[in-house]
Write a protein that binds this ligand. Structure first.
Ligand code: KIV
Length: 289
């Protein structure tokens, strides 16, 4: 079946745009993105929010995890994304050790995302223990998003990439953190890989805070997916929660194999793939060399 491509022209997405969607019960769409051409396509498709995630350490740079990602790398990629998606609500993801050391470090690095990369908000990982960082960043006038459940920067402490909050006690801790983060001033909380029932309870109890789900079920105000998982572009693994909306990885691999075969077999390039010069100029050139 053919599906029609819908191109969306729109005004800049802002915080009121997101809160209006929540009020109108329209789920918010959110994707990761790390480069200009993908940002361009995501905006054309009508995505509400982009997360320039430190997952780029894995998806773009090929590290095993997110810890080696630097603030400078995040700024560079976020600037490219902003150029490709001028009207999308863009979130800069605070990389490892850009906010953990102190409130001041957190405010300075959050400020870099806003001033140097044109972000609309920042996201950081962690629960109650990060409330002073969140409060500080919010007081500096920077919209802030919390991230609970599976928090990849703490994957060693969490014992691997696994669902968080399956047991009542851990679920209660996540709920307490969500409440504390909201009270510290976060306007949004991302719940990654927590059970749907816990996500539902947190969403129902949120007062002035938008709850987003990544693998945490349908009962949030919106959904986030990792772009590379959606399109078969991360060769190492596909998380169970990710749906593959199209296998771009397979298409690209097929094209690359064909390119190798055409170059090897002298069938590329054809006349339309290169440039010629007038005969008279060529003859003249021969007399000159
Ligand atoms: O870096 C990232 O893409 C993230 C998601 C896993 C939520 O933080």
């Amino acid at each position: 079946m053919m599906t029609e491509t819908v191109v969306v022209e729109r005004k800049k997405h802002t915080l009121p745009t997101l809160f209006k969607k929540v009020a109108d019960h329209v789920p918010i769409s959110w994707l990761t993105c790390y480069d200009y051409p993908t940002a361009y396509l995501q905006e054309k498709a009508g995505i509400d929010m982009i997360l320039v995630g430190d997952s780029l350490g894995m998806t773009i740079l090929g590290y095993e995890g997110t810890l080696p990602v630097t603030m400078d790398a995040m700024i560079l990629h976020t600037q490219a994304v902003r150029r490709g998606a001028p009207s999308t609500f863009i979130v800069g993801d605070m990389p490892y050790m850009s906010y953990q050391p102190s409130v001041e470090t957190a405010i300075r690095n959050a400020g870099r995302f806003m001033a140097e990369a044109g972000c609309d908000a920042i996201k950081l990982e962690g629960g109650i223990e990060m409330c002073d960082r969140i409060r500080g960043i919010v007081q500096a006038g920077i919209p802030t998003i919390g991230h609970l459940g599976l928090t990849p920067q703490s994957v060693a402490a969490l014992g691997g990439f696994r669902v968080q909050g399956k047991g009542a006690e851990q679920a209660k801790r996540i709920m307490d953190s969500a409440k504390a983060i909201e009270e510290a001033g976060a306007f949004m909380i991302l719940l990654e890989m927590v059970p749907d029932a816990v996500c539902k309870l947190i969403t129902e109890r949120a007062k002035d805070c938008i709850i987003m789900s990544l693998g945490s079920g349908p009962n949030a105000h919106g959904q986030l997916l990792i772009y590379h998982d959606m399109f078969g572009l991360y060769p190492k693994f596909k998380p169970r929660m990710a749906k593959v909306f199209g296998n771009a990885g397979e298409v690209i691999l097929k094209g690359l194999t064909q390119y190798v075969s055409e170059v090897t077999g002298h069938t590329f390039p054809q006349k339309e793939n290169y440039f010629t010069m007038p005969d008279v100029e060529y003859k003249k050139l021969l007399t000159m060399i």
